[in-house]
Ligand binder design. Structure first.
Ligand code: 13P
Length: 253
């Protein structure tokens, strides 16, 4: 079975004390996961080492950075390199979140460089894509999201693409409480898998997990994850509440 992933995106939230408390809570309640099920905590940079030390003793639990530099190293004040992230034992990095695209002007071309840098250190990119409301209202969401994938990922070999996790996050559903319906998520995920298949073949497209993100909660996760092309979720607000995120982990196929 394809990997199923419950990924927490804490964004810019929590103090170190709150972060430790949340991780302790979640890991204490952690149940035995199947081999194909994974939990990933995308925490702020200052908490990466702490989070990594905590998940080390929990199989199938991982940590992600929320961003990385496209540069290898050097005089880039305030930036964090993939080498630094990798040196902590962290295995994932979230790339291309809509908040980074919007507030930090990250382009598809820049993201292609970040994807390459992450892969060169063996990190798994959780590559985010998704359309704004006006595009959804115009009905052109499929081609919009397709372009994001093509311009940031299609230079990869099939072997490299097989290492990527995609997260489809419609911007109008992020932090709004307005989730896409399970059918809307399935429709887009199916489309994206077909786009991957056209470029890389059915087998490779069938390996890539596609997560849904946007107002996933304990109460709606099961229905959304039940769809055949939805392989888990990338969760913001509800990942900050232990009881809610535990329910989301339990909803993995
Ligand atoms: P919410 O779950 O708060 O809508 O955020 C989704 C998200 O942006 C995860 O990356």
């Amino acid at each position: 079975m394809r990997q199923q992933v419950a990924a927490a995106n804490w964004k810019m939230n929590l103090t170190i004390t709150q972060a430790e408390e949340l991780l302790n809570n979640l890991l204490q309640q952690s149940k035995q996961l199947s081999d194909h099920q994974k939990v990933v905590f995308a925490v702020p940079f200052p908490y990466l080492a702490l989070a990594q030390s905590k998940v080390n003793s929990h199989p199938n639990y991982f940590v992600a950075a929320q961003n990385c530099s496209e540069k290898k190293s050097g005089a880039y004040t305030g930036e964090t390199s993939v080498e630094m992230i990798h040196s902590l034992g962290v295995e994932y990095v979230v790339l291309g979140h809509s908040e980074r695209r919007e507030y930090f002007s990250e382009s598809n071309a820049l993201l292609a460089q970040k994807v390459d840098m992450a892969l060169s250190y063996g990190l798994t990119p959780i590559f985010c894509c998704g359309e704004p409301l006006n595009i959804r209202e115009a009905g052109t969401q499929n081609s919009f999201v397709e372009k994001q994938l093509k311009e940031s990922l299609f230079h990869l070999s099939a072997e490299q693409l097989a290492k990527i996790v995609i997260a489809y996050e419609p911007i109008w559903a992020i932090g709004t409480g307005k989730t896409a319906t399970a059918d809307q998520a399935q429709e887009m995920h199916q489309h994206l898998r077909a786009v991957l298949a056209a470029q890389y073949g059915k087998e490779t497209a069938g390996i890539v997990p596609i997560l849904y993100g946007g107002s996933v909660k304990g109460s709606n996760a099961k229905e959304i994850f039940s769809k055949p092309d939805v392989d888990g979720g990338l969760v913001g607000g509800a990942s900050l509440v232990a009881a809610d995120f535990t329910q989301i982990i339990d909803a993995l196929k």
